[in-house]
Design a protein around this ligand. Structure first.
Ligand SMILES: *Cc1c(COP(=O)(O)O)cnc(C)c1O
Length: 388
């Protein structure tokens, strides 16, 4: 079969080696504990499931939904946005329903870039920003996110010739994989930078609600004049433990929202109406279930931090997300260390290089696994690496 060059340019699957090792171990009867996936293990709150069931028996759900989302869903989004961020959105023009935020992020370069145009992409970062840019025949410019800068890009270091061709900049705070957060002050800087260079700012806020210790993540749309240049992607996946449901939204600059909607009318036919009904229940219903789930994730974060610090691993303060981004403790790289971790403990962690070259000396661990399994994994890590 003929394979498109754009697909080959995305590159090889980085974890093939680790997958093979995992299979080998499992064949030998090793009980492998997988801490490599960010996918909440806790159930979707019941009132959201009820809304889906009700929506599914509504005959309107059996036909194509409106492309851009139902007005009820987009209004629920706008209301949530006002309550949560004190930002006003026009539901009809500034909100678009997505089949998960990944879908919208992946289609954005199609809406905004010509072949050869540049997208500014965080490194390390969620892999979709880069691969989607390549799929649209755009050129990713990887912005190094140094730990010394709080995993924020040095905007002043981006070369002029790159900026001339740049059409989109992706940002993501709270961040996957580093768990870094950003202040509104940084968002203000990013917005004025984007205005100056006429770049669309695409902020991925999938983890806005996964925060701890009273920390509240800002929206980029709270920045001054943000709607001139910015859109923000949100997901119900992480907040409401709904990764399987495939529902999210993008909000902000009406031109960009509309253009992305136009791409989507040529590709998909919207989010199942019953899922949008469930999304409305999630956004407008009691947020107590979210708080309950956060308490669980926060407890896990505390146990991971304590256990891994006890063996001398360099674990930062984590205010958000369910990820722990760990510098490789022995000076090798993330892939080698992850292989060693897997061989010695049967625990699977993600090599940082999976999120970009700048992640090579790191590994990522996710706490979206049952408490007992997480504790078992931590026990094994402490036993295997405790004596240096
Ligand atoms: C999980 C995740 C997404 C995708 O979320 P969906 O809404 O399930 O598609 C997007 N961005 C980041 C950074 C994520 O970690």
């Amino acid at each position: 079969m003929h394979v498109a060059q754009r697909l080959e340019r995305i590159g090889a699957y980085l974890f093939a080696d680790l997958d093979r090792k995992q299979e080998e171990l499992q064949k030998r009867g090793v009980d492998v504990i997988n801490l490599s996936v960010g996918d909440p293990d806790l159930p979707t709150p019941p009132h959201i499931i009820d809304a889906l069931m009700e929506g599914a028996s509504d005959a309107r759900s059996h036909r194509y939904p409106p492309y851009s989302g139902t007005l009820e869903y987009k209004t629920a989004v706008a209301d949530w946005f006002r309550r949560r961020f004190d930002v006003a959105l026009e539901p009809a023009t500034e909100v678009l329903a997505l089949i998960g935020s990944k879908e919208g992020l992946a289609h954005l370069p199609w809406a905004t870039m010509n072949p050869g145009d540049v997208a500014l992409v965080p490194d390390p970062g969620y892999p979709v920003y880069r691969s989607a840019t390549i799929m649209a025949d755009g050129v990713p410019y990887m912005m190094p996110m140094a730990r010394t800068r709080g995993f924020q890009p040095d905007l002043a270091a981006i070369p002029q010739d790159v900026l001339k061709k740049a059409k989109v900049m992706f940002l993501n705070y709270p961040n996957n994989p580093t768990a870094a957060t950003a202040t509104l002050e940084f968002f203000n800087e990013a917005v004025s930078f984007a205005r100056r260079h006429r770049i669309l700012l695409a902020h991925d806020n999938s983890y806005s609600e996964i925060t701890y210790d009273g920390y509240r993540a800002p929206s980029i749309l709270q920045a001054d004049d943000a709607k001139d240049v910015a859109i923000e992607f949100h997901s119900l996946s992480k907040t409401y433990c709904m990764t399987g449901w495939r529902v999210g939204f993008v909000a902000g600059n009406a031109g960009a929202v509309g253009t992305l909607g136009k791409v989507k009318t040529n590709i998909d036919s919207g989010v199942f109406r019953a899922v949008q009904q469930a999304g409305i229940a999630a956004l407008t219903g009691s947020q107590d279930p979210v708080r309950d789930r956060l308490r669980v994730f926060q407890g896990r974060r505390d146990r991971v931090t304590k256990a891994l610090r006890s063996i001398g691993w360099d674990i930062p303060e984590i205010k958000a997300t369910f990820y722990v981004w760990i510098p490789v403790p022995d000076g090798t790289d993330g892939a080698q260390f992850a292989a060693k971790v897997l061989e010695r403990t049967g625990v699977l962690v993600t090599p940082g290089a999976g999120y970009g070259k700048e992640g090579e000396k790191y590994m990522r661990l996710s706490t979206t696994i049952a408490d007992k399994r997480l504790d078992e994994a931590l026990g094994r890590l402490v036993d295997a690496f405790g004596k240096g």
